[in-house]
Design a protein around this ligand. Sequence first.
Ligand code: AMP
Length: 282
Amino acid sequence: MQIFKEIAPLRAFLRQIRSQNKSIGFVPTMGALHQGHMALIESSKAKSDFTVCSIFVNPAQFNQAEDLKNYPKSLDADIQILSQKGCDLLFCPDETEIYKAGSITGFHFSGLDQTFEGKFRPGHFNGVALIVAKLFNIVNPDNVFFGQKDLQQYFIISKLIADLNYNIKLHMVPTVREDSGLALSSRNRRLDSVQLSRAQGLSKCLIEAKTLLKKGMSFSDTIDNTKTICTSLGLKLEYFELIDFSNFSPALSVELAKEPVICISAFVDDIRLIDNMFLNDK
Ligand code: AMP
């Protein structure tokens, strides 16, 4: 696996790859890699001739200094995992390489960056869009792969690609879960064994809510039920929403939504976890 830390030699190398008529698949990550990230790499390898992964913990998308400070880092292990998986190239720049000149460009998404995740993480999607746009311009990929787990991020990136006319095909990779149902996340590394068993309640909330909604329970009753489960499991619920994925707006009921999906965010002590589940097969 080729490893680049600087933009100029990376661009030169990828120009050669493109001149061989090879398609480039790109998987942006913040490292501390797990099987969820590997599913993205596998999809990229299946759909592209050459797979690029990036690892960059992007300060611009963290709205809390503590969260950034505590974000897990394991570059040596990540390099090993990526090589074993057959990833072709890793781009792992440091902060000065990416933000050499600072940055004054901002993004807004007509309110979408201020709802759901955006409401609780002010500035987060502006930071995400900035790094994703930078990386798209650096790597110039044909295909990009993002996880369903960060569903609002996926939706916003789909708009970024369309609005800015990137010639890039976006692929959604389903959430990879551990056997208990817990969605894999780099932040899970911070959970001790007691916290881990509480965190496993998050996907149980979603499964139960999905069952109740499919049986016809109203969403407001389902919220009450979810709150009760969260309290009993020691999860501090931040939000639980029924969303129509087709426009990423709140859905009044399952029937009125084209693509209903339930999204949840909760804290296990100071560790914030998110998850989502489509109500119909996607
Ligand atoms: P991160 O390193 O957390 O920024 O995530 C990098 C990419 O991996 C994003 O597109 C995430 O949505 C995706 N991802 C993270 N966790 C999972 C998972 N459990 N299953 C599938 N994709 C995931």
